[in-house]
Write a protein that binds this ligand. Structure first.
Ligand SMILES: [Zn+2]
Length: 544
C-alpha cells in the first residue's frame, strides 16, 4: 500500500531534525529529547547508507517486491526490513518508507522497493516473536524481482494467552495521511495488539501534535487487522517549559476529556500552578479510567498518589531516561504497595517497549487495563518472561508461614543476547542464570527453591546492561511481582518509608516556594496532596 507522501529526502529530514533539535523549537522535554536523539540516530544511520535509486533512474534500478511470510499465514505480513548493497557495503535508505533506527524500515505487507541492480543483503523480522532472517538477492541485469522471506516464530505470546500494549503514544509533525499510514503499519509490524494514543496540550507546540486530531471514531476506524487503538490523555504539570513539576500521568480509556489537560503557566503560558494532578486523577477514576504514572521518577506527585492508592500502574522507559527500578518500584514494593509494571514509547514508536498481560476473548481496552491494574503484567522491549511460584502467577499473593519453601520457575526468551535472567526478592538479586543461544533465539530456564521467613515479593527480570535490540536500545524486561504475605501482613520497611516521607516533605517545600497560586485556597489544594500522603505514611510508620 503506497500512500502519497511529501517528497522528503532523508538528507532533508536530517537537516530539518537537526535544525529543530538545535533551535529547541519543541519545548516538550520528552519531545525535544526524542527529536534530538532521532536526529543523531538518523545522522549515524545515514553516514553508513546510500539512497535508493529513484524510479526515473530506469536502467540503473530494479523493482523488488518483498513479501514477509509468517508461519502458515497465507498472506504476507508487515515487518521490519533492512537492505544492504553488498557491492558498496552500505545500507540503503528509502525516502518513501517509514524509517526506524539503524536503517531498519517498517514495510507494509508486500511492498515494492526501487533498488540498485546489484547484489543485496535483505534482513527481516516481525515483532519480537520471530528470528531475524537474512537473504541475499542478485538484482544484476534485472528490472523486477520478487523476494518471499519465510519468518519463523520462536515464541507465540498469543498462544500463551498474552496481549501486548503500548500505553503511551503521540505523533507530531506528520500529515494526516502520514499519521494514518504510521498507525496502520508500525504497530502491526512490531507485533503490538493494543496502542493507547493520548491527547496532550502545550502552547504553542500543540499545533503540530497530529494525534490530538484523532476522535474515538478515528481510533475505531484505525483498529483493523487484529490491532486495537485506545484513547487517553496525558495529564501533566511542569515548572517552566520542561522542568520537573507535579509530574505526568496517563489517563487511559477516558469517558471524557478531563480539563485542564495540562496544568500551569510552564506548559500553557497562562494561569497558575493551583491544581494538583490528584484532582484529575480522582475524576478519571470516578469515570472508570485507568491512571498510569509516566516517566518513572519524573515529577513530585508520584509518591503521595502511590501512598494514597490512586495510581493503577507505573511506566518506566516511556520516553526519556528517568531513573531505575530501584528508585521507584522496589521502594514502593518494600513498603507493601502493589505496583504493576507498565511501559510505552511516548513520542513515536522508537522502541519495542510494551507491556504484556494475560488476556482471553475479544480484546477491549477496558478489560486489558483491568488485567494491567491487577498487576498481571510484564514489560519488555525484546525478551519474553514467564514466572510462577508454587504455580501462582504474577500479580497473585501467596500466603506463607515463616520457613516455607517456594518452588519458583522462570523463563526468559528473546531474539537478542540478554546475558542472564535474574530472580529478585524484596529488591535484591538472589539468583541468576546465564542465557544460552539456541537456534535463532536465546532462552533460559530458571528453577529455584526459596525459603521465605517474612512478607515480601519476588519478580523476574533481565539485568541492566543486558545488551541491545535491533534499534540499538538497551534491552529491558521485568515482571510485576508475586506478593508474599505472612499472617495476611504485607512487607513494610520503616527505613524505606522514612525515605519516601522525607521526599514528600522536600516536594512540599519546593512547591510552596516555586508555585504560583492565585490565593491561599489554590496553594492549599496542591499542598494538601503532600500533607495527606505524609500523614498516611507517618501513621503506618508509627504503627510499626
Ligand atoms: Zn507523553
Amino acid at each position: 500500500m503506497q500512500i502519497a507522501q511529501r517528497a522528503t529526502t532523508p538528507l532533508l529530514c536530517l537537516v530539518l531534525l537537526l535544525a529543530i533539535a538545535r533551535a529547541g523549537l519543541a519545548h516538550d522535554p520528552t519531545a525535544k529529547r526524542f527529536q534530538r536523539e532521532r536526529a543523531f540516530a538518523l545522522a549515524q544511520a545515514l553516514q553508513n547508507s546510500e539512497r535508493a535509486p529513484v524510479e526515473a533512474a530506469g536502467a540503473a534500478s530494479c523493482r523488488l517486491t518483498i513479501e514477509l511470510m509468517l508461519g502458515q499465514t497465507p498472506q504476507p505480513v508487515a515487518g521490519l526490513v533492512r537492505v544492504t548493497n553488498l557491492v558498496t557495503g552500505k545500507e540503503i535508505s528509502f525516502s518513501e518508507e517509514i524509517h526506524r533506527d539503524k536503517n531498519w524500515y517498517t514495510l507494509a505487507p508486500r511492498t515494492t522497493l526501487t533498488l540498485p541492480r546489484a547484489k543485496l543483503k535483505v534482513e527481516a523480522f516481525h515483532g519480537l516473536e520471530t528470528g531475524l532472517v537474512t537473504r541475499e538477492v542478485d538484482l544484476t541485469g534485472k528490472d523486477k524481482e520478487t523476494l518471499s522471506i519465510p519468518l519463523k516464530r520462536f515464541y507465540r505470546a498469543a498462544t500463551q494467552g498474552l496481549r501486548a500494549g503500548n500505553t503511551h503514544l503521540h505523533l507530531m509533525k506528520l500529515t494526516h495521511a502520514e499519521m494514518d499510514r504510521y498507525l496502520r503499519t508500525v504497530p502491526l509490524a512490531d507485533g503490538l495488539d493494543l496502542v493507547f494514543v493520548s491527547l496532550l496540550r502545550r502552547i504553542p507546540d500543540e499545533r503540530d501534535y497530529i494525534t490530538n486530531t484523532l476522535t474515538d471514531g478515528d481510533l475505531g476506524r484505525l483498529s483493523q487487522g487484529g490491532l486495537l487503538f485506545g484513547n487517553g490523555q496525558e495529564h501533566r504539570h511542569n515548572f517552566g517549559p520542561g522542568g520537573e513539576g507535579f509530574g505526568h500521568v496517563m489517563l487511559l480509556n477516558i469517558l471524557k476529556r478531563i480539563e485542564p489537560v495540562s496544568i500551569g503557566p510552564g506548559i500553557m503560558k497562562e494561569g497558575t500552578d493551583g491544581i494538583p494532578l490528584q484532582r484529575g486523577i480522582r475524576t478519571a477514576r470516578q469515570d472508570g479510567a485507568t491512571v498510569i504514572w509516566c516517566h518513572n521518577t519524573f515529577g513530585h506527585e508520584d509518591i503521595p498518589n502511590w501512598v494514597t492508592g490512586l495510581l493503577h500502574a507505573q511506566n518506566i522507559f516511556d520516553g526519556g531516561d528517568h531513573g531505575t527500578y530501584e528508585d521507584t518500584f522496589y521502594r514502593y514494593l518494600n513498603v507493601g504497595m502493589k505496583v504493576p509494571f507498565s511501559t510505552g514509547t511516548d513520542w513515536f514508536i522508537y522502541d519495542f517497549s510494551r507491556v504484556y498481560v494475560p488476556f482471553t476473548g475479544e480484546l477491549t481496552s477496558k478489560k486489558w487495563l483491568a488485567e494491567l491494574a491487577a498487576g498481571k503484567s510484564f514489560i519488555t522491549n525484546g525478551v519474553f518472561l514467564e514466572f510462577t511460584a508454587n504455580d501462582k502467577h504474577v500479580g497473585e499473593t501467596i500466603p506463607i508461614a515463616a520457613g516455607d519453601e517456594l518452588r519458583i520457575a522462570g523463563r526468559a526468551i528473546g531474539r537478542n543476547e540478554f546475558r542472564q535472567v535474574e530472580l529478585i526478592h524484596n529488591g535484591q538479586v538472589i539468583h541468576s542464570v546465564a542465557a544460552q543461544l539456541s537456534d535463532d533465539h536465546v532462552v533460559e530456564d530458571l528453577e529455584f527453591k526459596l525459603r521465605v521467613s517474612e512478607s515480601g515479593w519476588i519478580a523476574l527480570r533481565i539485568p541492566q546492561n543486558a545488551g541491545q535490540n535491533e534499534f540499538g536500545k538497551p534491552l529491558f524486561a521485568h515482571t510485576s511481582p508475586i506478593y508474599l504475605t505472612v499472617n495476611n501482613q504485607r512487607i513494610f520497611r520503616p527505613e524505606v518509608a522514612r525515605g519516601l516521607l522525607s521526599e514528600m516533605k522536600a516536594s512540599q517545600e519546593l512547591i510552596r516556594d516555586k508555585g504560583t497560586f492565585a490565593d491561599a485556597a489554590e496553594r492549599e489544594s496542591v499542598l494538601r496532596v503532600y500533607r495527606e500522603g505524609i500523614d498516611l505514611l507517618q501513621t503506618r510508620i508509627d504503627a510499626k
